[in-house]
Design a protein around this ligand. Structure first.
Ligand code: PMP
Length: 284
């Protein structure tokens, strides 16, 4: 695999960053994952804008190559023959050659790393037909989940708890309300209304969420952006999640209870179809 590190395209075994890099020592880094379908980038502009916002919120310098990110993504797709898959991008505050809680001064340049993951046929995931099972767990993450940082230990723990329970993912609950999934935004459907938590610092502002809600409104579906509980979700007609790597994925079971018919719902199926079709059209 060819990867990108600070201006260079290299074989992955030759790619190196410092052991003092603050992403390694302090999780002082932010990231984005952009999907590739048919060799083209899905929602690239949304991911680039959110990256810029994450950097601003953490007062992290923009990498010098920020304006070349589209070119870098395209070069990695080309070099690795990616048809369907993902591009992972990470920016960290870099390395001052020592360990220090205080941020280094501006002469220390951020570290920029990108790599690809090939996932042939990812848009035809069998899970879209069967749906996923989720458990609910406490949301024990920090309070700035709107910033896409690489502090992913608790989400990893959540996935492991789900796996141990024979499920696919966990929905996180704070003060009695679902915030989001470990790596996705969460939705329920009641009657003809789509319900998903309102944007705030409590959740990541999903790029897929923004696109799916736009398509839903354009298709005259009703959308309510508000918090919901596990009880309300278990009593819903449908549930689903969205993320750049899963698009729209139905949820059919929550804490052992079937949602609706226990089969993927028609609203989720329709949104998945619209999202994939429109995203492929708009891909660059
Ligand atoms: N919430 C969390 C916590 C996530 O990690 C992700 C995906 N990285 C999302 C939501 C979905 O965001 P997006 O649609 O931009 O992939």
């Amino acid at each position: 695999r060819t990867v990108y590190v600070n201006g260079d395209y290299l074989p992955e075994e030759d790619a190196k960053i410092s052991i003092f890099d603050r992403s390694f020592l302090m999780a002082d880094g932010v990231y984005e994952v952009t999907s590739v379908l048919g060799g083209k980038l899905i929602d690239f502009d949304g991911h680039a804008k959110r990256l810029e916002r994450s950097l601003n919120e953490l007062e992290m310098q923009k990498p010098e190559a920020f304006d070349d990110l589209l070119e870098i993504h395209r070069e990695l797709v080309r070099a690795n023959d990616i048809v369907d898959g993902m591009i992972y991008l990470q920016v960290s505050r870099g390395s001052a050659g020592d360990r220090d809680f205080a941020y280094p001064d501006a002469s220390v340049k951020p570290t920029l790393v990108l790599f690809t993951q090939s996932k042939p046929g990812m848009a035809d995931s069998p899970m879209a037909k069967t749906g996923m099972k989720v458990i609910s767990i406490e949301d024990a993450r920090w309070g700035r989940r709107d910033i896409k940082t690489v502090q992913l230990l608790y989400p990893s723990m959540g996935k492991m708890m789900a796996k141990a329970a024979g499920c696919d993912d966990a929905w996180l609950v704070e003060d009695g309300f679902v915030t989001e999934g470990t790596s996705n935004n969460a939705y329920i459907v009641k009657g003809d209304t789509i319900i998903t938590r309102q944007l705030s610092n409590d959740i990541l502002h999903g790029i897929t969420r923004a696109a799916v809600l736009r398509f839903a409104r354009e298709a005259q579906m009703k959308v309510e952006e508000r918090s919901f509980t596990i009880d309300e979700a278990q009593d819903a007609d449908e549930a689903y999640i969205t993320s750049a790597s899963t698009f729209v994925m139905p949820v059919v079971e929550l804490d052992g209870k079937a949602i609706g018919t226990g089969k993927p719902g028609t609203v989720a199926a329709r949104l998945r179809e619209i999202y994939l079709e429109e995203s492929r059209k708009a891909a660059i």
